[in-house]
Write a protein that binds this ligand. Structure first.
Ligand code: NAP
Ligand code: MG
Length: 398
């Protein structure tokens, strides 16, 4: 069989532990036999990040900017335990944070749905995708304990030294205070990334804030989202039949639970943090959650939402063939290949990426699955396989 050609390489970012082990198997069994796979390879395994003083991470992000599409394995975010384990020169920053800062992206998380794994909310017919603004608000806030009576104010000092003040509260006793911020440009990037994603995935888009209470702060989010829609995306959305819907956050939450799903929910930072965990667990499993970083300039990075599955890796090192679920990693590859195909206008590659996803879904629907899904499957599974046999079953189907 002739292999499918690729025009432009994918930026391939390798990672750590169990996901690194599976990464190789996926390439060997599911990609290389079918595609003339072209990638520009970056090894972001912790050892190589340490050897290169993290320059490899920066280079990989620049490569994604250059080529437009990357696929990333899960990577260890260093902490003091990892510093000892890997004898690191220093505590490396999170590679995802470094890449996000360079690409200026918004993260979209979408569950992979299969009929056998029923969402906890039985009205949901299609997945809900969360688009989370990944800058500012409570995540970049300054906080202070107030020990006793006194006045707390916000002070804005302009470059010429003039000041504007607004009272926060008169304290009669002890308490707490917090100051948070966001930038118009960051909100605008977030809005653009959400509309670009909604158009690419052909999904309606919802956005919600608490602008009735937070008239200036959340009001600004609402205004900017609306401006971006009106000036840049209204016609494109109309042409694609995509609706933009704004509502209050309380109304959105009520509608999400009663609705049928099948839309992009653009969330402010905190809302996205909390609601993506709700959506992931209501939809089934972390191992079935995909993740893509979309930059406002139209650059894409695909990955699995889960981490390196550390405990499985230690068991694998002792010789066990673990039953780690490779579905989200395979979908990271298929997502990246499909985007590459779309940009390069290579329909054979697009077709392959769909076949690959269908092979994964069909195998699971046939009752053949890994241990994590077996617990959730209704009806009960026919076979529970280790990762290698599971990937072989997918290859057979493909
Ligand atoms: P994790 O790797 O996501 O795993 C947490 C648990 O979830 C696992 O122990 C396993 O549960 C289950 N799980 C996750 N993915 C699975 C899969 N594909 N198949 C089956 N079960 C799966 O999170 P973590 O243990 O908190 O973090 C491990 C490392 O990953 C850390 O060093 C962290 O820094 C890194 N991390 C990286 C990323 C990223 O690169 N995007 C994201 C998150 C974390 P059971 O043990 O019960 O089977
Ligand atoms: Mg969270």
């Amino acid at each position: 069989m002739a292999k499918i050609n690729m025009k432009t390489p994918l930026v391939e970012i390798d990672g750590d532990e169990m996901t690194r082990v599976l990464w190789e198997v996926i390439k060997e069994k599911l990609l290389i036999p079918f595609i003339d796979l072209k990638t520009e390879y970056y090894d972001l395994g912790l050892v190589n990040r340490d050897n290169t003083n993290d320059e490899i991470t920066v280079s990989s992000a620049r490569a994604i900017k250059k080529y437009g599409v990357g696929v990333k394995c899960a990577t260890i975010t260093a902490n003091s335990a990892r510093q000892k384990e890997y004898n690191l020169k220093y505590l490396h920053p999170s590679p995802n944070a470094t890449i996000r800062a360079i690409l200026d992206g918004t993260v979209f998380r979408k569950p992979i749905s299969v009929n056998r794994i029923k969402p906890s909310i039985n009205t949901w017919k299609a997945p809900i995708v969360i688009g989370r603004h990944a800058y500012g608000d409570v995540y970049k806030a300054s906080e202070m304990e107030i020990e006793g009576p006194g006045k707390v104010e916000l002070v804005y000092t302009k470059p010429d030294g003039t000041e504007r003040r607004v009272k926060v509260a008169d304290f009669e006793g002890s308490g707490i205070v917090q100051g948070m911020h966001n930038f118009d440009e960051s909100i605008r990037s977030f809005a653009r990334a959400c509309f670009i994603y909604a158009l690419a995935e052909k999904l309606p888009i919802w956005f919600a804030t608490k602008d009735t209470i937070s008239k200036i702060y959340d009001g600004r989010f609402k205004t900017i989202f609306n401006e971006v829609y009106e000036t840049e995306f209204k016609e494109k959305c109309a042409a694609a039949g995509i609706e933009y819907f704004y509502t209050l956050i309380d109304d959105a939450v009520a509608r999400v639970v009663k609705g049928e799903g099948g839309f992009l929910w653009a969330c402010k930072n905190y809302d996205g943090d909390v609601q993506s965990d709700m959506i992931a667990s209501a939809a089934g499993s972390l191992a079935m959650m995909t993740s893509v970083l979309v930059s406002p300039s139209g650059v894409f990075e695909y990955e699995a939402a889960h981490g390196t599955v550390q405990q499985h890796y230690y068991r694998w090192q002792k010789g066990e063939k673990t039953s780690t679920n490779p579905a989200a990693l395979i979908f990271a590859w298929s997502g990246a290949l499909a985007k590459r195909a779309e940009l390069d206008n290579t329909p054979d590659l697009l077709d392959f990426s769909k076949r690959l996803e269908n092979a994964v879904l069909n195998v699971i629907e046939d009752g053949i699955m890994t241990g994590d899904l077996a617990k959730l499957s209704d009806p009960k599974p026919e076979k529970i396989l280790n990762s290698w046999d599971f990937i072989d079953a997918i290859a057979g189907r493909l």
